[in-house]
Design a protein around this ligand. Structure first.
Ligand SMILES: NC(=O)c1ccc[n+]([C@@H]2O[C@H](COP(=O)([O-])OP(=O)(O)OC[C@H]3O[C@@H](n4cnc5c(N)ncnc54)[C@H](OP(=O)(O)O)[C@@H]3O)[C@@H](O)[C@H]2O)c1
Length: 185
């Protein structure tokens, strides 16, 4: 399975000013378009519960998988239909439900592979990016650099990492927004 990380960053490496800030508050329409197109192509996406709470709805046309350490409590707290992902889960075909999980990243990848999912988008936030990166699961990184400086905020990664990458592609999404594609070595 191909696993890619997809994030928009300020030029000083932050993914948000504060935890409850929705990304579309400061990212460009070109980045949004790329995010929707690339994650739909992947078919499955994961994000942490804090990121989910910033938009609080299903993103259509993709399997939405939310990480929480307490799936039962989380499932009661949302008004959407939900399904818990366990090691027994064999399909992610329902696009009208929110999948919820506390599986370790490697376990989730195994379950997705068994369900014939060929691509997975890691959609943040910081804690989810860090855990998939730390476990050596990320093969590609898509980074949209927006022309803003936050000075402080939520960093792309919140813990020590030591990864080497190769720059594969630079795309001008507009005259203001740069998309960088890296392969993780
Ligand atoms: N710019 C971008 O591209 C971008 C993309 C995504 C997010 N963001 C921003 O990132 C911020 C949120 O990032 P964050 O790091 O604070 O939060 P997060 O990663 O979105 O969510 C953290 C939550 O995920 C759950 N979780 C984390 N690791 C887990 C594990 N191993 N097992 C089970 N559950 C686990 C926990 O949920 P429970 O507390 O429910 O147990 C934890 O509190 C927001 O501001 C958002 O806008 C930006």
């Amino acid at each position: 399975m191909h696993i890619f990380l997809i994030a928009a960053v300020s030029i000083d490496g932050y993914i948000a000013q504060v935890t409850d800030q929705v990304s579309t508050a400061w990212t460009s329409k070109e980045d949004h378009k790329f995010f929707v197109q690339r994650t739909k192509q992947a078919g499955a996406m994961v994000f942490g519960s804090k990121t989910f709470q910033t938009f609080n709805r299903l993103l259509p046309g993709r399997a939405n998988i939310v990480y929480t350490r307490d799936p039962q409590q989380f499932m009661q707290s949302v008004t959407l239909p939900t399904v818990e992902v366990t090691i027994e889960t064999s399909t992610f075909e329902q696009t009208d439900v929110l999948y919820v999980t506390k599986l370790a990243p490697k376990e989730l990848v195994t379950v997705l592979e068994k369900a014939q999912i060929t691509e997975l988008a890691i959609c943040g936030g910081s804690s989810i990016y860090s855990q998939f990166m730390k476990n050596g699961l990320v093969q590609t990184v898509y980074l949209t650099v927006e022309p803003v400086i936050f000075g402080k905020g939520v960093p792309l990664f919140g813990e020590p990492l030591d990864a080497k990458l190769v720059l594969k592609k630079v795309v001008n999404l507009s005259d203001q927004t740069l998309l960088l594609e890296y392969a993780v070595q």
